[in-house]
Design a binder for this molecule. Structure first.
Ligand SMILES: Nc1ncnc2c1ncn2[C@@H]1O[C@H](COP(=O)(O)OP(=O)(O)O)[C@@H](O)[C@H]1O
Ligand SMILES: [Mg+2]
Length: 227
């Protein structure tokens, strides 16, 4: 399968009062379309920073991040378009707008790229239904929902603009194990059936079962492991 994401020797350090922390230290990896890549590591190992670099929410100090042949670290890359249209994020704490309904959370990213209103609603409804969120629940505020429902709404939101790349940061971290398993199954299906490139970072060893490829991260360094 085709390489979707290629990271070459990427480093990111933060200056803190206690000194400099190298959160991501010379990391190289690749991830493919239609496959699930899992990065396992303990808290503080640099997983979130790595995912933020790939999502262009942080800039690397050195190295290259190539997504579908384009180096997203080059100044001419349209990062707004990239963040809104080519990459979808799924977070541990869902990061939904709790005062808005499920439907509104999913239409929002489409609104940002100028999708017509009726098309927004049609598409959001289809995505939510696919995630098992039916009509009545679609019109509920997300703060009334269970963790599993929130994460399924969040996945529908991540898919709003049909990105090639799905980045999930501890997607089961706030869910019980049965609900977490449902969420992992959905992410696997997005890779296998929809051909998305899915990258999951987690400390949860159980997610390895979903992996086509896996890496272990420790102190900012990454190495491939067998799955
Ligand atoms: N914005 C930041 N400023 C300072 N230090 C940070 C920042 N983000 C992360 N770090 C540090 O980088 C290291 C890796 O953090 P993180 O990427 O959040 O790891 P993980 O997601 O694996 O828990 C930690 O030591 C953390 O304290
Ligand atoms: Mg983290």
């Amino acid at each position: 399968m085709q390489d979707m994401l290629e990271i070459k020797d990427v480093t990111k350090a933060f200056k803190t009062r206690a000194g400099e922390v190298t959160a991501v230290d010379g990391v190289s990896m690749r991830a493919r379309k239609g496959e699930v890549t899992v990065i396992l590591g303990p808290s503080g190992s640099g997983k979130t920073t790595l995912l933020y670099l790939v999502g262009s929410l942080e800039r690397p100090d050195a190295g290259e991040i190539v997504v579908f042949g384009e180096d997203i670290c080059r100044p001419e890359t349209d990062l707004v378009q990239y963040r809104r249209g080519r990459v979808g994020f799924v977070f541990q704490f869902f990061n939904l707008l709790s005062a808005l309904t499920a439907m509104e959370n999913v239409t929002l990213p489409m609104d940002l790229v100028g999708v017509p209103a009726d098309e927004q609603r049609r598409r959001a409804s289809e995505l939510l239904e696919r995630m098992g969120i039916e009509g009545r629940v679609q019109r509920m505020r997300t703060n009334k929902m269970s963790g599993g429902e929130k994460q399924r709404v969040a996945i529908a939101r991540a898919l709003a603009n049909d990105p090639d790349l799905i980045l999930a940061d501890e997607p089961t971290g706030n869910l019980d194990s049965a609900t977490g398993a449902v969420v992992v199954d959905i992410l696997v299906e997005l890779a296998r059936r929809d051909g998305k490139c899915v990258v999951i970072v987690t400390h949860d060893e159980g997610i390895l079962r979903a992996a086509d490829w896996a890496y272990r991260m420790e102190d900012g360094k990454l190495r491939g492991i067998e799955v």
